[in-house]
Ligand binder design. Structure first.
Ligand SMILES: [Fe+2]
Ligand SMILES: [Fe+2]
Length: 319
């Protein structure tokens, strides 16, 4: 039975509880001693944890712990860089005798994956331009199995069960609103851009059926979802007989959606739909991060510092 959810931990508290392993590594400290560095999660959030000074005997047992395992730890809740961190004294695997409820450990998008998928597919089918319609519908159909559980990231934003669908759905909803206001935008091209922009995350990262990412794939590390996405687009566009103009515009939307070269984009957006796509992506990411941060904050108080938004703390209003 889980008793302590991550977003409710208090500094100084001693806990014995279960957590999901999101990252695990043995590192060497400045004192030359080895320690275990973990990122742990439950349905309410994530935090870092350390087990200091591992003995040689303990080292031998560590290979049995993997990303995706649920472990039981005895630990002290510390504070580090304005965030909670666990100092673990004991660690063991969970077993059937612990009768754990999976819903306590795996964070999931708030809507049913099948319903989100149906919403997105229905929007794709409404695309009037037959080429953008065909590309969008094909990508969704070909990738349906993975889309139903894949996260959109290994951490930071939408790192949850069916998080990629949740990201796509809200971006599509916003995209249609943008098009009502900015009539220069082609809604078919923008909707297609939303559907393709992160689709290669399905092959950039390896995730299990609970939406937990174990690692980046070989091509994910060497290429990344922008380059993978452009290559996939080229193949699909050729198969469906798209013009060169449409093919290259779709590829450009994929490669420019991170905007800055240091975030992986070799070109900044060079037409309005590509520019809008970037901002849709940003807005959805930031709103997700803020919503997530506020889930653990008390009304009238602040969240922990959030590294991904420049260390800002987010204020939770009282009403
Ligand atoms: Fe992306
Ligand atoms: Fe995205």
């Amino acid at each position: 039975m889980k008793e302590h959810y991550i977003n409710q931990l208090k500094t100084g508290e001693e806990i014995i509880d279960f957590f999901l392993i999101k990252e695990i590594a043995v590192k060497t400290g400045s004192n030359k001693k080895q320690y275990l560095d973990l990122r742990l999660a439950d349905c309410s959030g994530e935090l870092f944890a350390k087990k200091w000074d591992i003995s040689d005997e303990e080292m031998k047992g560590l290979s049995k712990y993997h990303v995706g395992d649920i472990i039981k730890v005895k630990a002290l809740v510390n504070e580090w860089n304005n965030a909670h961190q666990l100092k673990i004294s004991k660690i063991r695997h969970s077993g059937p005798e612990d009768s754990l409820d999976n819903n306590d450990y795996y964070k999931a998008a708030p809507e049913d994956p099948n319903e989100m998928y149906a919403f997105i597919l229905a929007r794709a089918e409404k695309i009037v331009d037959k080429d953008f319609n065909a590309v969008s519908v094909k990508l969704l159909r070909d990738n349906m199995d993975k889309l139903l559980y894949y996260p959109a990231a290994s951490r930071n934003h939408h790192a949850e069960y069916a998080g990629l669908l949740w990201h796509m759905k809200r971006m599509l909803m916003m995209a249609d609103r943008y098009c009502e206001v900015y009539t220069i935008l082609d809604s078919d091209l923008l909707a297609c851009g939303v559907i393709i922009h992160d689709i290669e995350k399905l092959r950039e990262m390896n995730a299990d059926e609970n939406g937990v990412v174990s690692e980046y794939s070989f091509e994910g590390i060497l290429l990344g979802h922008l380059v993978q996405g452009a290559a996939a687009m080229r193949g699909i566009a050729a198969e469906l007989g798209l013009s060169e103009e449409k093919t290259i515009m779709l590829e450009h939307m994929v490669i420019s959606h991170h905007y800055e070269p240091e975030f992986g984009s070799p070109r900044r957006p060079m037409f309005p739909e590509a520019e809008a796509l970037h901002y849709l992506d940003m807005v959805d990411t930031k709103m997700f991060i803020m919503e997530d941060a506020l889930a653990g904050a008390a009304p009238g108080g602040f969240s922990d510092r959030i590294r991904t938004i420049d260390g800002r703390q987010i204020y939770k209003r009282t009403w």
